[in-house]
Design a protein around this ligand. Structure first.
Ligand code: CP
Ligand code: NVA
Length: 304
């Protein structure tokens, strides 16, 4: 049987995504009420990290433990993965031993190739192109605080990166409008934008993009793997900082989200990220609940 993967938000139907968010909130309540819920007892998650992580590692590992399963952390430093064993071979071997595999890597093509050779579900825990798990948490946060996002206006300010691409896919799947403000040369991928049709509008000017937005989102200016470009990017992105003046142009009840880690004084000022419109801590916590719902969903199709 071909396993169900989660490589982008487009791997689920809009109804499935909404179902995942509802389940995530349910699992959150169960945990808060102290009720044990071990739906993944004896299940094993392998976590391959080719890039650093705090939230993703902690949330997947804690989530598997809470659901009665086990998670193993694998870094390229300590595995044959980092010594050049073909990923197709790693996929075939690992998927005979574990129930589900999570990967954080560079080129998106690596995870699609891995998934092609895996007998078990593969979860994208960030590639250079997409970060779909973060969008589950962001959407859960919105739904819990504001209700359905259908018809809302969201502004993504900054780099047309993996987070921006996943917001574009979210606009398609959750039926909201996304305004993206990015400097020329750093806009999101043309094909990803084109596929979203009139769900997405591109702007040069962040002030125009945030006008009327109910949710303002940003991300780092230099992503993992772009550390050498940090200085050059600081110059290009300076006019794209999310600060109090920019937030004033958004809807008066607008929320602010950031996937974290954040750089205060760069893409966002401290008064915004630590201010009353920011929901970044709920957003970070929801990684745990949303991914538990995702693990249950993907494993439901493969009984022990
Ligand atoms: N937002 C996010 O994915 O954080 P980590 O890099 O800490 O996992
Ligand atoms: N765009 C950032 C997201 C980190 C969670 C990166 O890829 O480094």
């Amino acid at each position: 049987m071909t396993p169900r993967h989660f490589l982008t938000l487009l791997d689920c139907t809009p109804d499935e995504l909404r179902g995942l968010l509802a389940r995530a909130s349910e699992l959150k309540s169960l945990l808060r009420d102290g009720q044990a819920h071990e739906s993944l007892r004896h299940r094993v998650l392998a976590m391959i990290f080719e890039k650093s992580s705090t939230r993703t590692r902690v949330s997947f590992e804690a989530g598997m433990a809470q659901l009665g399963g086990h998670a193993m952390f694998l870094s390229p430093k300590d595995t044959q993965f980092g010594r050049g064993e073909p990923l197709e071979d790693s996929a075939r071997v690992m998927s005979r031993m574990v129930d589900i595999i999570m990967i954080r890597t560079f080129e998106h093509d690596k995870i699609t190739r891995f998934a092609d050779y895996s007998q078990v579900p593969v979860i994208n825990a960030l590639t250079d192109t997409y970060h779909p798990c973060q969008l589950l948490a962001d959407m859960q946060t919105w739904f819990e605080l504001r209700g359905d996002i259908r018809g809302a206006t969201v502004a993504f300010i900054g780099d047309g990166n993996n987070m921006c691409h996943s917001y574009i896919n979210a606009a398609r799947q959750f039926d909201f409008h996304l305004n993206v403000a990015a400097p020329p040369g750093y806009r999101p991928d043309d094909a990803i934008v084109a596929a979203a049709g009139d769900r997405v509008s591109l702007y040069d000017d962040p002030a125009q993009a945030v006008r009327g937005a109910q949710l303002v989102v940003t991300d780092v200016w230099a992503s993992m793997g772009q550390e050498d470009e940090q200085r050059a990017r600081e110059r290009v992105f300076a006019p794209y900082q999310v600060n109090a003046a920019l937030m004033m142009l958004a809807d008066k009840d607008a929320l602010f989200m950031h996937c974290l880690p954040a750089h205060r004084g760069e893409e966002v000022t401290a008064d915004v990220i630590d201010g009353p419109q920011s929901v970044v801590w709920d957003e970070a916590e929801n990684r745990l609940h949303a991914q538990k719902a995702l693990l249950e969903f993907l494993l439901a199709a493969t009984p022990l």
